[in-house]
Design a protein around this ligand. Structure first.
Ligand SMILES: Nc1nc2c(ncn2[C@@H]2O[C@H](COP(=O)(O)O[C@H]3[C@@H](O)[C@H](n4cnc5c(=O)[nH]c(N)nc54)O[C@@H]3COP(=O)(O)O)[C@@H](O)[C@H]2O)c(=O)[nH]1
Length: 622
């Protein structure tokens, strides 16, 4: 039995006892009051009767007529409580008497005469003087039984106590039903506080409690606890493209599948979003926690059926272990999180076991983040430009601006490292603004020098965070106005993955960009799962074939490159093949109908000065 329930019962009992005692005291007070009132009324009643008898018997008294006196007393036969009465003449001489049931009529003593009435336990005596012309000529004394008073009092007491008991019973019922309602509300609150409403799994609060419990137990038994932090890959895309209801359905299915894959003793919780966590209690002979991670990935491999449609889901899992990796719960979660990010960075759909190098890398990241913040303010970043070349004429038809960072403390940091870091920390917004302004300023300078005659555009990359920046369009317009670069000379590159992350918002943004006269290119095309229907709705000018397909032109990548080229042609879009490093790759894409190539085969990204020389020469190569 749990303590709050026992406490609740005790509280109800104390309340009921207090209410019962209060009702009892109130009832007793009412009964006492009623007793006093009834007594007073009886005295008044009896004295009135004595006065009436007195006034009717004055003649009998004056003439000493006992018979007339007794006839007068006979009127008391209708007064049911009267048991006896007597008329006394002067000197207390009895004149007439009346009695019922053998009870003697009262003989007024000194006390009765002084007070006019006297009570005993069973009876009430009253005496009234009989006067003629203000002169007393005798007394009338009446005795009444108190049985009627006690009967009425008992009835009244019975009724009062009955009402009190009914009120108490009603109060008990009300309290009991309220307690039931409170218990249900408490249970619901407990459910909300500890259970994830989407999947029915324990939530973050419950996870924290259970992890603390499991770690304390492992500490006592010198055992270990495995922790697996699991993050679904690209779940946001599923949510955005299929809607939140299907997203929730998918989470429920994933939760069910994970539960099937785990042992009953493993504890699986949903931390929120697409993040799940598994606590693996580890005793001797239990499978290694890595095996559990592998089992989870395997369980997710089969497609999920969502209202008739099949969907594939993968996950990245970080594994850590108490006490090997951390001594407290918070650090254990952090280590699993570090390992999970490691799995993501290594291409997702994988698990990584935490080791201290990862922490060192995380530390390095923190340092790099601080350095990048400083570098941005100190103007340490610069741009390189990579030519996009017309294969037939070898002329530069476009240039892509690419950020470069030579950090005094860390050396040359490649964009593949600092761009994701800037993206995660939010620094990409100021960094992207700087790139845009620097590229437009340089392009305007080349144009002013007459070097952009055959160049269609300067391309600048837009990151995911930038596409969500509400000030982006204003900033682009401001930069174009400040640098004087015509909008049609600017091309913005958005990767297919970023576009698909938030399709609806991005379509609106693309339209704004197009209306401003700026060109749009989809970068890394073929890697982001965009459907044909979306592609038709995007107001774009160009597709850039991802370099992985170009470089694999002799394998499956080649087939995809051919498909992208055909697709671009059928939609009337320009197409650029990225990452061509060999003559064979250039020849392959050119023969398939892709006229423009960007790759090391023609030129690496180069500083502005070297690009100036190339632009002056007009052609690349011999
Ligand atoms: N949002 C922003 N992203 C940026 C910016 N500057 C760079 N980046 C992104 O960083 C990623 C890495 O860029 P980088 O190291 O500059 O690599 C570019 C080229 O050097 C590389 N490339 C081009 N040809 C070849 C080749 O033949 N072989 C080969 N191994 N690599 C080649 O491709 C990168 C350009 O790719 P893309 O942008 O997809 O056209 C990269 O994702 C950059 O986008 C920035 O200012 N903002």
């Amino acid at each position: 039995m749990n303590t709050p329930r026992v406490l609740g019962r005790r509280l109800t009992l104390v309340n009921m006892i207090t209410a019962g005692a209060a009702l009892l005291v109130a009832s007793l007070a009412l009964i006492g009051y009623q007793y006093v009132s009834l007594r007073g009324a009886l005295v008044d009643d009896l004295r009135t009767q004595a006065r009436i008898i007195g006034s009717n018997s004055s003649a009998a008294l004056m003439f000493g007529d006992s018979r007339a006196g007794e006839e007068t007393l006979q009127a008391l036969v209708y007064a049911r409580s009267v048991t006896g009465a007597a008329i006394f003449g002067s000197g207390m001489r009895p004149l007439a008497s009346y009695r019922t049931g053998g009870v003697a009529p009262p003989a007024p003593g000194a006390e009765l005469l002084a007070h006019g009435h006297s009570f005993s336990w069973q009876q009430l005596d009253v005496v009234e003087p009989v006067q003629v012309n203000g002169q007393p000529i005798g007394y009338v004394a009446i005795r009444a039984s108190l049985d009627g008073l006690y009967t009425r009092l008992a009835t009244y007491a019975g009724l009062t106590l009955g009402v009190a008991l009914c009120s108490l019973a009603l109060a008990w019922l009300l309290v009991a039903s309220m307690r039931g309602a409170v218990r249900r509300a408490e249970a619901h609150l407990h459910f909300l506080a500890h259970v994830d409403p989407v999947t029915g799994l324990p939530n973050r609060n419950e996870f924290n409690e259970r992890l603390a419990f499991e770690m304390a137990r492992a500490r006592r038994h010198q055992a270990s606890v495995g922790l697996l932090l699991l993050d679904l890959d690209n779940f946001k895309v599923v949510n955005d493209t299929l809607g939140h209801d299907r997203g929730d359905l998918l989470l429920q299915r994933v939760a069910a599948r994970l539960q099937q894959a785990l042992r009953a003793t493993d504890i699986i919780c949903r931390l929120g979003g697409d993040e799940f966590v598994v606590i693996v209690e580890q005793g001797a002979g239990d499978p290694e926690v890595e095996q559990v991670a592998a089992r989870i990935l395997l369980a997710l491999q089969a497609p999920f059926d969502l209202e008739g449609q099949q969907h594939y889901v993968t996950a990245s899992v970080g594994v850590s272990q108490y006490p090997r990796d951390a001594d407290d719960a918070r650090s254990l979660v952090r280590t699993a999180d570090t390992a999970m990010y490691h799995a993501k960075n290594r291409g997702k759909n994988d698990f990584q076991v935490f080791h201290s190098d990862m922490a060192a890398r995380a530390h390095k990241r923190m340092r790099m983040e601080a350095e990048l913040r400083r570098a941005l303010q100190a103007g340490e970043l610069h741009l390189h430009y990579q030519p996009q070349v017309d294969v037939a004429t070898r002329r530069i038809v476009g240039l892509e601006a690419l950020a470069r960072w030579d950090c005094p403390g860390l050396g040359a940091v490649p964009p593949s490292e600092f761009i994701p870091l800037a993206e995660e920390s939010g620094m990409i917004v100021p960094l992207g603004r700087w790139v845009l302004e620097a590229a437009c300023r340089q392009a305007a300078a080349w144009r002013a020098a007459g070097l952009l005659a055959g160049v269609d555009h300067i391309a600048v990359n837009l990151s995911a965070r930038q596409t969500k920046d509400e000030g982006l369009m204003d900033e682009i317009r401001r930069v174009l106005a400040a640098t004087g670069l015509p909008p049609q000379l600017l091309e913005l590159e958005i990767t297919e993955g970023v576009l698909m992350e938030n399709v609806h918002a991005n379509i609106a943004l693309l339209h704004q960009i197009q209306q401003a006269g700026i060109h749009l290119s989809i970068d890394d095309f073929g890697t982001g799962y965009s459907s044909l229907s979306y592609l038709k709705r995007f107001p774009i000018d160009q597709l850039k074939i991802d370099r992985s397909f170009v470089q694999d032109c002799e394998g499956q990548g080649g087939a995809i490159a051919l498909a992208v080229i055909a697709l671009a042609r059928s939609l009337g879009l320009r197409v650029v093949a990225e990452g061509a490093e060999t003559a064979a790759q250039v020849e392959f894409v050119a023969r398939a109908g892709c006229a423009v190539v960007q790759g090391f085969y023609f030129a690496r990204p180069l500083p502005a000065g070297e690009i100036t020389l190339l632009l002056q020469r007009g052609r690349i190569g011999d």
